[in-house]
Design a protein around this ligand. Structure first.
Ligand SMILES: Nc1ncnc2c1ncn2[C@@H]1O[C@H](COP(=O)(O)OP(=O)(O)OP(=O)(O)O)[C@@H](O)[C@H]1O
Length: 262
């Protein structure tokens, strides 16, 4: 039923949705979706606008109810899952700076709350995790600045740092690089690489993979309420013809075939 990219991953899925059915009002969006991701996998969720990519990850996180099927996180049925500190989520277009007079450092530090609890003051481990997360996204120098003064891409990186600061095992990202400048995309790809190198699992919705392409070891395409493809990541047109293409695919030893998304 599933296609896993590499056989070395541990047997128990980090994320598993089986025969998921989701809709809004009387409108079905996902009709029968099954997907699982093992520890260490970086899964890109692709598909046309409105195909249900965001709905899929929101259903996996319990943010929209399932009308049918089941979801498990780290082997536990969603209804009984309480270990949310193991999950970092960056929603689409949150707008970190909108009306919030917080500094970059404060926003990132808020990512520790689920881990340390609201009433306990931050300790050395909290401060170290915040610094590491800021460094990972290339914003260590900007910690004292109000988020509102940052570019959209830098604000997006702030949100990703906030998720990383919680030291999650699973990162769920909804279009993390949409509308983000090239340097922020590269900084984000570097941060994600660091996360994956320490064994993290990533589920991300994307339109364009861009600098993330080498990190992706599996792509899932949502089409017509179902999973239309589950396997190798698509290769951008002309990619292999580029003079600087060196045929190194760190997580995908076999050359993946191209995939038509629409
Ligand atoms: N809260 C909601 N209430 C009603 N309809 C919704 C809601 N959220 C999404 N939809 C609809 O469900 C469908 C799937 O939306 P979804 O955001 O999951 O798609 P997507 O693939 O992530 O799209 P995009 O690439 O444009 O972000 C769309 O037709 C959308 O209009």
């Amino acid at each position: 039923m599933y296609v896993t990219a590499e056989p070395v991953f541990s047997a128990e899925p980090v994320v598993e949705i089986a025969h998921g059915v989701v809709g809004y009002a009387d409108r079905p969006v996902l009709r029968d979706v099954s997907l699982s991701a093992a520890a260490g996998e970086v899964v890109a969720i692709l598909g046309a606008n409105g195909s249900g990519k965001s709905t899929l990850i929101r259903a996996i996180l319990g943010l929209v109810p399932l009308r049918g099927g089941t979801v498990r996180l780290f082997g536990t049925p969603l209804k009984r899952f309480r270990q949310w500190r193991r999950v970092g989520y960056v929603p689409q277009r949150l707008g970190a700076g909108s009306g919030v007079p917080a500094t970059v450092g404060e926003v990132v530090a808020s990512g520790r709350l689920a881990r340390r609890g609201v009433l306990r003051p931050p300790g050395a481990a909290d401060r170290a995790a915040v610094t590491a997360a800021l460094t990972a996204v290339g914003l260590a120098e900007r910690a004292a600045e109000p988020v509102a003064t940052l570019s959209g891409g830098q604000q997006q990186r702030t949100l990703i740092a906030r998720a990383l600061a919680g030291e999650p095992e699973l990162l769920v990202l909804d279009e993390p690089t949409a509308g983000v400048d090239a340097s922020s995309q590269t900084a984000f790809a570097d941060a994600l690489r660091g996360f994956v190198d320490t064994g993290g699992t990533v589920l991300l919705v994307a339109h364009e993979l861009g600098p993330l392409q080498p990190l992706i070891n599996r792509a899932v395409v949502v089409h017509d309420g179902k999973i239309a493809h589950d396997g190798a990541a698509p290769v951008p047109a002309g990619h292999h013809a580029a003079p600087d293409h060196d045929h190194v695919h760190p997580h995908a030893p076999e050359e993946p075939p191209g995939v038509c998304l629409t």
